[in-house]
Design a protein around this ligand. Structure first.
Ligand SMILES: [Fe+2]
Length: 553
């Protein structure tokens, strides 16, 4: 489908400043010569009548005049929109066009050209109006370049029934060549560019370029429109409103770093730019899929999150009661927020509108796992024996789990579990809107989840499908795959909200929704260290929506 089109067809315009290679070159595809369209084409942030199309032109030092065309057919006989876009160094030679006056629920083809070179042809789709029979969303998160090839993206590209890809964050990672994933990256030839931790605008741009050089990335973006939210690593690990765990004083001003990271995000992603005068961090949306579904996306990092409270030294608690009281009173303090008041109001309005419009499903696209998850007790002799066999890292990981399991407290305090009062407030908002049927989709955890959500009173609030990393591994893997499987089974047994979880796989979720039900296939790729892979569905969750509530079948 990369569809090289003939020169005669492709040349929409010529530019005079093509220089190959040029001073501001960015990492290109892993093999082959530098190409003008080395980072592929992409589309996204669709509504009923418009969609963003995107590319980046390489090899230019100065301005470049880029032609674009959108057509109803792959031969471009039926061109419905075309134009020119002037790009330059100020926007890292990225090209972004909001194409409007399109038909709802329609597929389109698009392409770019510059200086006699034609881009690959991309395909995209607008959101449906009126009746929509079926919606297929591929749900992705945590695509770390050094940890592996984006084979899961490649598999998503091969699925012609996908309507839209929802990437829930950690689209890039900020670490240096020696940071998270570094060892694997060196072994498989996927070392981070630049080599150092990214801090400046140029750093973030170079990193985005590297991620979009992956062949799976180019295939997926060229094939399906993208809905994307950021999580933490698009800026730095575990940020909150006024800082981040992985931002130190010697790395300059946090707000400046955050601003350049978001500037690079908006340059390199096929999404609408912030409205003039609006802070870029206020990034949330309500996508309406005909009469079938709403998808409301959240921003839970920069606009409303209170600083994380981490467990720290757990030996300070003398009993489970003491630790749980701390969780309830300090971590669970009412004043601690996860979303901004403005976003909460947006969610309230969106859910109310969705219910009033009679849409069948309300999907919440969010960064972090929402289910209440405590660490299970690991007093099973299996883990005692295992401890003797583990190396230092494995032993430390296991000991941390054992201690938390004894205390009966949540492990991940950067997720919604670290903000229980805010979670309850979100549920209040949903109830007031008449939406106790939330279908929450989540990333961030590098593990698969099929969860059921309940409010404080034990009232059903919906379900959650959490996706694993495209490449990022589960943090508990140092205890070994077999132990992780056992651990996950105990976690599901110990938590009312967890129906199933499994951290052994890399892949995505294929969510298919119609008026009768929802089905989530947990699709894993069997290898990420080379381009060769097979796919396997490791779990399927089926959901019915009845009388305003969701339940597992
Ligand atoms: Fe991640």
């Amino acid at each position: 489908m990369s569809g090289k089109i003939s020169r005669r067809q492709a040349v929409i315009g010529l530019s005079s400043t093509l220089l190959l290679p040029a001073a501001c070159s960015r990492p290109g595809p892993e093999t082959g010569p530098a190409e003008v369209f080395a980072h592929g084409v992409a589309s996204g942030d669709p509504d009923r009548t418009s969609v963003v199309i995107w590319t980046r032109v390489s090899g230019f030092d100065g301005p470049a005049d880029v032609g674009w065309e959108v057509a109803g057919d792959g031969d471009f006989q039926d061109v419905v929109a075309s134009g020119r876009f002037a790009t330059d160094r100020d926007r890292d030679h990225t090209v972004k066009v909001v194409v409007d006056n399109l038909a709802p629920g329609a597929s389109y083809f698009y392409r770019f050209s510059v200086a006699g070179e034609a881009s690959p042809i991309g395909r995209t789709k607008t959101l449906a109006d009126g009746h929509m029979e079926r919606l297929v969303i591929a749900i992705a998160s945590c695509s770390n370049f050094p940890f592996g090839f984006f084979n899961a993206y490649d598999d998503i590209a091969s699925d012609a029934d996908v309507d839209v890809v929802a990437h829930l964050g950690d689209y890039i990672y900020e670490y240096s060549e020696d940071g998270y994933g570094g060892e694997t990256g060196k072994r498989i030839g996927r070392v981070h560019e630049p080599r150092h931790e990214i801090i400046s605008l140029d750093d973030y741009r170079t990193r985005h370029a590297q991620y979009k050089s992956d062949a799976g990335s180019r295939a997926m973006h060229g094939r399906h429109p993208l809905i994307v939210i950021w999580d933490d690593h698009e800026s730095a690990n575990n940020p909150w409103m006024h800082g981040a765990e992985n931002h130190q004083a010697n790395e300059g001003d946090w707000y400046e770093r955050r601003a350049v990271s978001l500037q690079a995000f908006f340059e390199w992603m096929p999404v609408r730019d912030p409205e003039p005068g609006q802070p870029p961090e206020k990034y949330w949306r309500h996508y309406r899929f005909g009469d079938l579904a709403s998808l409301v996306t959240l921003e839970s990092r920069h606009t409303g999150r209170s600083e994380q409270i981490y467990w720290g030294d757990l030996t300070r608690f003398e009993s489970a009661e003491e630790a749980q009281a701390y969780y309830r009173d300090v971590i669970g303090d009412d004043s601690r927020t996860f979303l901004s008041a403005e976003l909460e109001a947006f969610v309230a309005d969106s859910l109310r509108e969705s219910v009033e419009a009679g849409r069948r499903w309300r999907v919440i696209g969010n960064q972090s796992v929402m289910a209440r998850v405590v660490i299970p007790r690991l007093d099973d002799p299996y883990f005692g024996e295992l401890r003797g066999e583990l190396d230092g890292t494995g032993r430390r990981t296991l000991d941390g789990l054992v201690r938390r399991g004894e205390l009966g407290v949540p492990g991940d305090l950067d997720a919604w579990s670290g903000y229980p009062a805010a979670r309850e407030r979100l549920f209040e908002i949903a109830k007031e809107a008449g939406a106790r049927d939330l279908l929450v989709i989540s990333g961030d955890s590098h593990s698969y989840w099929a969860n059921a959500l309940y409010d404080e009173l034990g009232q059903s609030m919906g379900v959650e499908f959490g996706t694993t990393g495209i490449t990022s591994p589960r943090g508990l893997l140092p205890i070994g795959e077999a132990a992780l499987e056992r651990y996950d089974r105990l976690a599901a047994a110990a938590n009312r909200e967890v129906i199933w979880t499994d951290g052994r796989y890399r892949g995505y979720i294929r969510l298919e929704i119609d008026h009768a039900g929802a089905r989530a296939d947990y699709v894993t790729v069997t290898n990420i260290e080379t381009r060769d892979y097979d796919k396997r569905i490791v779990y399927t969750a089926n959901i019915a929506s009845e009388n305003g509530e969701l339940r597992y079948l």
